[in-house]
Ligand binder design. Structure first.
Ligand code: CA2
Length: 151
């Protein structure tokens, strides 16, 4: 019997628009559908997921701080804050919860300003470019890390 895990899933700015706009870049799947797929994947992995989305940097920082008391790991798509936010990076570094960074698009095939991630150096790893599958692969990698290197 595996120990049940609790994972905070953070979605950053504009990801609430998924499925409604720009399907060419980000696909036609909505955020609610991504969360349902993650929940189903979590069931297989015996990990409960707790998704939240915010367009506000400070709310994401607060969620990372609060995760320390409730979760064993963080799966994050910080959206555009990936490329701008020292505050999110510092929050992840401060709580020291294993964190996996994911992106729907391949950020290295896009504009230069998307090539740098402030999150990457404080994450255990990054998955970028596989659409919704990035999230599912990211959850698998995080749970594998938590089960094999943390407990
Ligand atoms: O590829 C990713 O997952 C990104 O994190 C998405 C961010 C972008 O700023 C990053 O460079 C890469 C943007 C999310 C915006 O999502 C939208 C969804 C539908 C319509 C408009 C934006």
């Amino acid at each position: 019997m595996l120990h049940p895990l609790s994972v905070l899933v953070l979605h950053g700015p504009n990801l609430n628009l998924l499925g409604q706009r720009e399907p060419g870049i980000y696909g036609s799947v909505s955020l609610a559908e991504i969360n349902r797929l993650l929940e189903a994947e979590g069931l297989k992995l015996q990990a409960q997921i707790f998704p939240m989305q915010s367009n506000h940097e400070g709310i994401l920082v607060d969620a990372i701080h609060e995760a320390l008391a409730q979760h064993q790991g963080i799966l994050i798509n910080a959206g555009a804050y990936t490329h701008t936010s020292v505050a999110l990076r510092d929050a992840i570094a401060a709580v020291k919860l294993p964190t996996v960074e994911v992106h729907l698009s391949n950020i290295y095939r896009r504009e230069d300003f998307r090539h740098h991630s402030y999150i990457a150096p404080v994450a255990i790893g990054q998955i970028s470019g596989f659409g919704v599958q990035s999230y599912l692969l990211g959850l698998q990698a995080l749970v594998h890390h938590l089960r094999n290197y943390k407990l």
